[in-house]
Design a protein around this ligand. Structure first.
Ligand SMILES: [Zn+2]
Length: 447
């Protein structure tokens, strides 16, 4: 409730306010405005949910207001899923609460939950080595040792605990599976993220506990204690659910030239507002396209793809690749690793395009960006079309040292974005787009 003094202050403000109507704020095309407005006005936008549909309409309105052409939604459907209740606690040898969240596409326990012995596996490899049937009636726990790294390199290998672990545990008879959150923080906040079930496996309850809770489980297991855990998790599969991609063009001077495709994803997990994953990415690519064309129309069209349903399996990127299979693309890029600065650029381009890569590298040096080895693939939103068409790819690698502290958690919120680093992304992207969108000859991928 407001204090009376502040009500009086408010009334005074209202009385003394000017009588003319303040002009409506202009629609911001800068990255910070876009991600601020998306996270404030739409909020969480889980794939296939009504909020994701609201986000699509919001995106169409925003991209239209910013002057993009052919702004439209390309609908598709996905297997719907929504979160339910989620609680967990150790009941023996000592009662302790656990901070837990269900993984995307988790199965459910009974409404009243399940209490069972917990079997500790230090790694997914240890789980794989467990004899068939040895987990009958038990809850499997999978630990791992992901550490923060600038290139986020641990996510692929350690993420296997989340992606494949539940299927392996279910095959060995487990009634539920818990993992250490795939993250690098020390908060009592669990990280969600999708798991995928093999066709022959019936989904079981699958959740992640916070890192300090995983430490606790590891310590108790290390003392040889017999652990029992009570788990209630009641998510549900909702059948076929609507999703869609939002696609828009910033038209180039020569409509016959294939476009440069820049991608991000519009959906977020349901636990937060998806500021760094991936509101920031959509903000960066959009603001950069506008910034690149600020001083004059580019030769090639820049196509912006705000993909739907990336988080639960890359459905948006696959739908785009299917819908645009017969339409050539010049080059693809994606922004989906947060809002911190770009530190490195990598090229999937033919040797004949080495001078182009060198020109880009030289131009990016002023932003502290250097060229790295490696073969970029673009990511879930643009990678499918790139693979299908063998399109050239440029990756602008962001500093991911902090990214996995907040990724897929209730802490993925606007305050985690550093405006200066966000703008560095836009400046780097705009520099790249200004160069590549003015290259009129075909850009070939490395074979
Ligand atoms: Zn993402």
């Amino acid at each position: 409730m407001r204090k009376i003094a502040s009500l009086i202050a408010l009334a005074t403000t209202l009385v003394s306010a000017p009588t003319f109507a303040a002009p409506a704020p202009a629609v911001g095309g800068d990255a910070l405005s876009i991600v601020t407005d998306l996270t404030t006005e739409v909020g969480q936008r889980l794939a296939g949910s009504p909020r994701e549909a609201v986000a699509r309409d919001w995106a169409v309105a925003r991209l239209t207001a910013l002057g993009f052409a052919k702004v439209h939604i390309e609908p598709f459907t996905i297997p719907g899923w929504e979160r339910g209740a989620e609680t967990a606690s150790i009941t023996a040898p000592v009662p302790q609460k656990l901070a837990v969240t269900a993984l995307g596409y988790s199965g459910a326990t009974a409404a009243e939950g399940v209490t069972a012995d917990l079997v500790y596996f230090p790694t997914i490899e240890a789980l794989k080595a467990a004899p068939d049937g040895s987990l009958a009636g038990k809850i499997a726990f999978i630990d791992h040792a992901m550490k923060a790294a600038q290139d986020g390199g641990g996510y692929g290998p350690f993420g296997a605990a989340r992606r494949q672990g539940p299927t392996i545990a279910a095959r060995k008879g487990a009634v539920a599976v818990l993992i250490r959150s795939i993250g690098t923080d020390h908060s009592r906040i669990p990280h969600t993220g999708v798991t995928s079930w093999a066709k022959d496996v019936k989904p079981i309850a699958a959740g992640a506990v916070s890192s300090p809770d995983a430490d606790l489980i590891a310590r108790l297991a290390g003392r040889g204690a017999a652990l029992r855990v009570a788990l209630t998790m009641t998510p549900r599969f909702t059948g076929e659910a609507p999703s869609g991609n939002v696609v828009a063009d910033l038209p180039g001077r020569d409509p016959k030239l294939p476009p440069i495709l820049v991608g991000c994803h519009l959906d977020s997990w349901d636990l937060a507002t998806g500021a760094i994953d991936d509101g920031a990415g959509c903000a960066i690519i959009t603001a950069a396209a506008l910034q690149a064309a600020k001083d004059g129309q580019l030769a090639r069209t820049i196509r912006v793809l705000w993909a739907g349903t990336e988080e639960t399996g890359g459905f948006g990127g696959q739908a785009y690749a299917a819908a645009h299979a017969n339409e050539p693309h010049a080059l693809v890029l994606e922004s989906d690793t947060g809002a911190d600065r770009v530190f490195r650029v990598t090229f999937q381009m033919a040797a004949a395009d080495k001078p182009l890569a060198e020109r880009i590298t030289a131009d990016l040096a002023r932003f502290g960006v250097y060229a790295g080895d490696g073969k970029p693939e673009g990511g879930e939103d643009v990678g499918f079309i790139a693979a299908k068409q063998k399109t050239a790819v440029i990756d602008l690698n962001q500093d991911m040292t902090r990214y996995f502290d907040w990724h897929h958690t209730p802490d993925d919120t606007l305050d985690k974005i550093d405006p200066a680093q966000l703008q560095q992304n836009v400046d780097v992207w705009a520099a790249v787009l200004r160069i590549v969108a003015n290259v009129s000859r075909p850009i070939a991928p490395a074979s």
